[in-house]
Design a protein around this ligand. Structure first.
Ligand SMILES: N[C@@H](CCC(=O)N[C@@H](CS)C(=O)NCC(=O)O)C(=O)O
Length: 255
């Protein structure tokens, strides 16, 4: 059994999609990042970067004590190695998949996250709109560039790392399918091969099941005050936000 520490966001869906694709048994634990669950010592013991998703595999690959892993890319790569699915075990094809998996982790996710921040959250926090122009242009421009990278690859290949569906696709899809919401629907006319792939991957039953896990948690309506507190918690962090809890976390066992 795998314990999944989760909140329904693109990085969380990568892991639920992989768990569904592999048919693994898992138990979902709520990490409400707007309420501050990511700062508790118990969670920091598993995920020292105070970010979800994270897992604890109680029957880890290779045996031994329960294994805690944080970072969605590392979790998905581990599950691929554990099950022998969606990532070749060796040889050039493995590195082609890893190339695109790491590309997603270092590029598409962070750039879309920052573009979303400048477009949708920062205007509610920063009073002077001229302060937002540079950041918005920088990150929305990077997202546009990255869409071009994916579109060219998907014009030549069925999937991101070649002809086969792999962890590269299921890591990139949860972000890519949000492009329309981040930019607008003109994005698909500009990147038709990307659109073809978003639709095909999105039609997979495991992708739909993974995307739906605990969807109701984010459908709860927050009051204006709760929204404000959530923004304060998420966008105002420093080392001091976790220093005390981290010290306590060091004294805890994984389970
Ligand atoms: N690179 C990390 C990013 C994880 C991440 O940013 N998670 C966000 C939600 S999508 C989070 O936990 N945020 C909590 C916070 O900002 O305190 C991964 O892919 O696992």
């Amino acid at each position: 059994m795998i314990d999944l520490y989760y909140w329904p966001t693109p990085n969380g869906w990568k892991v639920t999609i992989m768990l569904e694709e592999c048919g693994l048994d898992y138990r979902v634990h709520e990490v409400d990042i707007g309420r501050g669950d990511q700062f508790t010592p118990r969670f920091l013991r598993i995920s020292p970067n105070n970010r979800m998703p994270a897992i604890v595999d109680n029957s880890p690959l290779g045996g031994g004590a329960p294994l805690a892993i944080f970072e969605s890319g590392a979790i998905v790569e581990y599950l691929a190695d554990k099950t022998g699915r969606f990532l070749p075990m060796c040889g050039p094809a493995r590195y082609k998949v890893l190339e695109w998996a790491y590309w997603q982790m270092a590029n598409l996710g962070p750039m879309m996250g920052n573009a979303n921040h400048f477009r949708n959250y920062a205007p509610k926090i920063v009073d002077d709109p001229t302060q937002l122009a540079y950041g918005t242009r920088r990150f929305v421009g990077e997202v546009d560039r990255l869409c071009g990278v994916m579109d060219a690859q998907l014009a030549a290949h069925q999937h991101l790392a070649g002809e086969d569906y792999s962890i590269a696709d299921l890591l990139a899809w949860p972000w890519a399918m949000l492009l329309e919401r981040l930019i607008d629907d003109s994005v698909w006319a500009k990147f038709p091969h990307l659109k073809r792939w978003v639709d095909e991957v999105g039609a997979r039953p495991a992708v739909q099941a993974g995307r739906a896990v605990r969807r109701e948690w984010v459908e709860r309506q927050l009051t204006e005050d709760q929204e404000k507190a959530r923004r304060e918690l998420l966008f105002n962090q420093s080392n001091d936000s976790v220093r005390k809890a981290r010290a306590e976390a060091a004294t805890l066992a994984i389970k």
